[in-house]
Write a protein that binds this ligand. Structure first.
Ligand code: PLP
Length: 441
């Protein structure tokens, strides 16, 4: 079946006892054993089944199956946030004394996790100078345990060369972990290009309505852990943290997620609440429709802004350079991504005035909501930085980031146009694209 169908049906069939068509919310902590022997068999992982919601929950299991199927993986674990998913994905294979190699373009909290938190726990994170495979490979050594990248960087907007990075990782006996939050499996399926593990913030486009936090770790099932047993004894040798189970023997291709669930999640507890799993499933049902509309609206806004007399520059995912266009063709079927940045003519004050004049767009830090969202980094998220530091991290004082929602394009463009007029009253001219969009209905 295709993505549109799988997003609605994968992982659930009408409940045979209650006939509930919607996925039931199993708001329970524990599950009754039929007998002492049944309980023992469950704990020994000899029979499948639920024990305690810190291990598994039937509502969350539907979401796990759905995300795994959409990404083309064998199994998934859903957790309480995207950051928990990223932490677990790494903690499952890297220990104190080892390292991972990451591309430099990263989500802010991921950078902090890598640079400050993991480092203090003894896992050295090496940041490549650039996002390309050669820069990553030069940092790999015998203590490396994984290669990490974002398929589309947030907020950088660069598209990763997943196939190239997977080749480099596999040549060195390592799994490639890809954060696919921004692309979503509708736009890109990293496993098709060789990724071994895919992580998500479900908080963003999968949930899609800015209501619920969640994360996912998807296992392709393809990485040959047993061939690299000396690096990954946690998967191929008896695990002390779960009374001696050997994950690759017990779970075969599902070893990675099984350990993530029974060691990482069971013992540190960043579970997804069953109610959150239910809400994220509601979002997942319309993911394909929404992604298409987010992209279509973003492309129209980019066209509008790049022709607007009050706009100095506009940067769009997959359009900035010949390499970006090539990567967009290969990985995103030539499409752009769901956010953009632009600068109006002027500086910090004009940027701030524009930001304050927005009426439909919400002023906040988030992405992936049905609503259009805007951020003026220089006056909000990056306000503590000096002008020099701003330049270093690539934030211009007039820069605005927009994550375009799924409202009608005419209303989106009208709000941008009126805010531009308010921000730069001395620059004459109206936007031709606004009239075009309106007359097109
Ligand atoms: C938001 C985000 C995260 C973190 O997800 P949370 O659900 O907020 O914890 C990680 N990676 C990317 C690319 C994100 O956009």
């Amino acid at each position: 079946m295709r993505d549109e169908t799988l997003s609605i049906h994968a992982g659930y069939e009408t409940d045979p006892i209650t006939k509930s068509v919607a996925v039931p919310i199993y708001q329970t902590v524990a599950y009754e054993f039929e007998s002492a022997e049944h309980g023992a068999a469950l704990f020994d992982l000899e029979v499948p089944g639920n024990i305690y919601t810190r291990l598994s929950n039937p509502t969350t299991a539907v979401l796990e199956r759905r995300i795994a199927v959409l990404e083309g993986g064998v199994d998934a674990l859903c957790v309480g946030s995207g950051m928990a998913a990223i932490h677990y994905a790494i903690a499952n294979v890297a220990e104190a004394g080892t390292n991972i190699v990451s591309t430099p373009q990263l989500y802010g909290a991921t950078y902090t996790l890598f640079e400050h938190v993991l480092r203090k726990q003894g896992i050295d994170v090496r940041f490549a100078r650039r996002d390309g495979p050669a820069d990553v490979e030069s940092l790999i050594d015998e203590n490396t345990r994984a290669v990490y990248c974002e398929s589309i960087g947030n907020p950088g907007g660069g598209i990763a060369d997943i196939e190239g990075l997977a080749e480099v990782a596999h040549r060195n006996g390592l799994p490639l972990i890809v954060d696919n939050t921004i692309a979503t499996p509708i736009l890109l399926k990293p496993i098709q290009f060789g990724a071994d593990v895919v992580v998500h913030s479900l908080t963003k486009f999968v949930g899609g309505h800015g209501t619920t936090m969640g994360g996912a770790i998807v296992d392709s099932g393809n990485f040959p852990w047993t061939q690299h047993s000396h690096r990954f004894p946690m998967l191929t040798k008896p695990e002390a943290a779960y009374h001696g189970v050997t994950y690759t023997e017990q779970y075969g291709r599902g070893a990675y997620v099984a350990r993530c669930r029974t060691v990482c999640q069971r013992n540190t507890g960043a579970i997804l609440a069953p109610l959150s799993a239910f809400l994220l499933l509601q979002g997942a049902e319309t993911l394909a429709l929404r992604v298409e509309r987010h992209l279509e609206n973003t492309e129209k806004v980019a066209e509008f802004l790049s022709r607007h007399p009050k706009v100095a520059w506009c940067e769009v995912i997959g359009r900035g350079s010949a390499l970006a266009r090539e990567l967009s063709l290969k990985y995103l079927r030539g499409r752009s991504g769901p956010f953009l940045t632009f600068g109006l003519r002027g500086g910090f004050e004009e940027g701030k005035r524009f930001y304050n004049a927005l009426k439909l767009f919400k002023r906040l830090v988030n992405i992936g909501d049905a609503k259009s969202l805007a951020c003026h980094p220089a006056s909000t998220t990056h306000r503590q930085l000096t002008e020099q530091e701003l330049a270093q991290v690539g934030v211009k004082p007039e820069m605005i980031r927009l994550c375009i929602g799924i409202e009608h394009i005419d209303d989106i463009l009208a709000d941008l146009d009126q805010a531009l007029a308010a921000a730069c009253p001395s620059i004459a001219g109206r936007a031709p694209a606004l009239r075009l969009a309106s007359s097109g209905g």
